[in-house]
Design a protein around this ligand. Structure first.
Ligand code: KIV
Ligand code: ZN
Length: 540
């Protein structure tokens, strides 16, 4: 049996696999903010990125290693293909963290070997021990993944795993890269690895899986029953294609159904000891932060973190919940940190009250950031009577998106109505040019605003998504707008919140434009699609 830490380790890959979602690319400040929140959430490992991909990726992993990876904090991990240059860059990037890990991988399925790597099984069997041993010469903690394990020949997989452990791998990860397996198949694969790999007791068994058939979480839970003790997952389940297994669903399944899972850990059914180290009350906040910063909107019916996850529409359900919430609720909303939108502050609240509330919410802002947040709070308080925690979170998460912006929205005005042609006037300042004003007409006020902003910015793009949702209830609620732009096959998202949705749309559009002009992610390599040796190595 593989090593058993006695509970499930949560390996969060929101910043690596999650960031591989189209349009989810994040800047350094955003990555840092998410990593800090993941540490508050209590994950065991943060996979902070793929350092060899670009200088930006390297810098982000290094900064997270410096600022988030304390002695009691999460392990900071980086991804590296099975090549010396990747592994060296990765080890360098995670070096500042007292607890650090290099995660290296190579594909093991015949389909990947033949069509992607153009290598034989024999080649792979010689690369794996060499690269794992190289990684071990640089760090103590080495994870090895057999990409596309779900479609690999099990006998070959056993040989590769044995070789990786002999060379020093401390964690063995089994990815269902294309989300192909079913729960019983995946559970059996984990059990077979435990039975057939002679040295498996020297490593922790981990699983990684994509949601192409909507089975990732179910597959992981079967894997846990068969001895997997590390789960690789992302907040809101974001990631390549249909995404990764969702952290919040896994953690809450293990929390709510602890009595069912306890015996698989050799515990009494009634053991109250949690099965993960995650602070469940931080889940909602983490979900919102990731959604706001990546621009990946959470579907309303999404388990645990969807807007409707705790809403009861039918009269019979409402009546039942009022009598006893256990009639229709298996999770208490407060367990995941969904408070009742407590009204906290208003127009007369001072700077210290705002700072104190932000601190309670987990935002430790620098003096400058606090000044800016307070100015935005005052502005909002002039227009909205009660400022809730959600409003404050919306203000702060938008602020994180702003640093080093080239364009700044100075003014937006629209005229529209049943008998008017929607017209927008906007003023945009440009760090690289003069401040300019222009007007445009459109099919609606938002369309007119976007046209006017595009005229001024002169950066060709296509608007492919525009979504608005209200932050809180009530007629004076803030509207949150997410915008996604596409240029040359790359996606750029922008997010903003305001009591005026047209202003929020204009600001979200400018935020997306700023990401587009900074060329975020444009120069990055893709860890799985770019094969070792075929790339121009970025200068580090
Ligand atoms: O899906 C996958 O196989 C991966 C590996 C790099 C772990 O993301
Ligand atoms: Zn993956």
């Amino acid at each position: 049996m593989a090593k058993d830490p006695g509970r499930v380790l949560i390996f969060d890959t929101t910043l690596r696999d999650g960031e591989q979602s189209p349009g989810a690319s994040l800047n350094l400040e955003e990555k840092l903010a998410i990593a800090q929140q993941l540490a508050r959430l209590g994950v065991d490992v943060i996979e902070a990125g793929f350092p060899f991909a670009s200088q930006g990726d390297f810098a982000a992993v290094k900064r997270i290693a410096e600022q988030v990876g304390g002695t009691d904090g999460p392990i900071i991990c980086g991804l590296a293909r099975a090549s010396e240059v990747d592994i060296r860059a990765c080890a360098e990037a995670v070096a500042p963290a007292p607890r650090r890990r290099v995660h290296t991988f190579i594909a093991t399925s015949d389909i990947h070997l033949e069509h992607k790597l153009r290598k034989s099984r024999k080649d792979v069997l010689s690369i794996v021990p060499e690269m794992v041993a190289y990684a071990r010469s640089l760090v103590e903690d080495v994870e090895f993944s057999c990409e596309d394990a779900g479609r690999s020949d099990p006998e070959f997989l056993f040989e590769v795993i044995q070789a990786a452990i002999s060379a020093g791998a401390t964690t063995i990860n089994i990815p269902d890269t294309v989300g192909y397996t079913t729960p019983s198949e995946f559970g059996k694969l984990i059990s077979d690895i435990n039975i057939n790999v002679p040295n498996i007791g020297e490593a922790i068994l981990s699983v990684h899986g994509h949601n192409d058939l909507g089975l990732a979480v179910a597959n992981f839970l079967e894997a846990v029953k068969n001895g997997a003790r590390q789960l690789e997952c992302t907040i809101n389940g974001i990631g390549e294609r249909a995404g990764n297994a969702a952290l919040e669903e896994l953690v809450m399944a293990l929390h709510v159904r602890r009595r069912y899972f306890n015996p698989f850990f050799g515990r009494d059914t009634d053991s109250p000891t949690p099965l993960t180290a995650v602070r469940t009350e931080e889940i909602t906040k983490t979900s919102r932060l990731v959604s706001n910063l990546t621009g990946m909107v959470v579907q309303p019916n999404k388990a645990i973190v969807g807007a409707n996850a705790f809403a009861h529409e039918s009269g019979i359900h409402q009546d039942g919940v009022l009598k006893n919430r256990l009639t229709y609720e298996i999770v208490d909303a407060q367990t995941v940190g969904l408070s009742d939108n407590r009204i906290s502050l208003g127009k007369l609240s001072g700077r210290s009250a705002v700072r104190a509330r932000l601190e309670e919410l987990g935002y430790d802002l620098s003096r400058e950031d606090l000044n800016e947040a307070f100015a935005r709070f005052k502005d909002l308080a002039d227009r909205k009577r009660d400022i809730t925690d959600r409003d404050l979170e919306a203000i702060v998460s938008e602020q994180v998106q702003q640093p080093e912006a080239r364009f700044q929205l100075k003014l937006v005005q629209v005229s529209c109505g049943s008998s008017l042609r929607p017209t927008a006037t906007v003023t945009l300042s440009d760090r690289d040019g003069p401040e300019e004003t222009t007007a445009a007409v459109g099919t609606g006020p938002v369309d007119a605003v976007c046209r006017a902003l595009n005229d001024l910015a002169g950066e060709p793009n296509e608007l492919i998504e525009f979504s608005v949702k209200s932050v809180t209830e009530g007629i004076d609620a803030m509207g949150e707008v997410t915008i996604r732009l596409r240029r040359e096959g790359k996606f750029y998202s922008g997010h903003s919140a305001d009591t005026d949705v047209v202003v929020a749309a204009a600001q979200a559009f400018v935020n997306a434009l700023n990401r587009l002009v900074s060329g975020q992610a444009n120069l990055s390599l893709h860890p799985q699609k770019d094969v070792v040796g075929s790339e121009n190595r970025p200068t580090l």
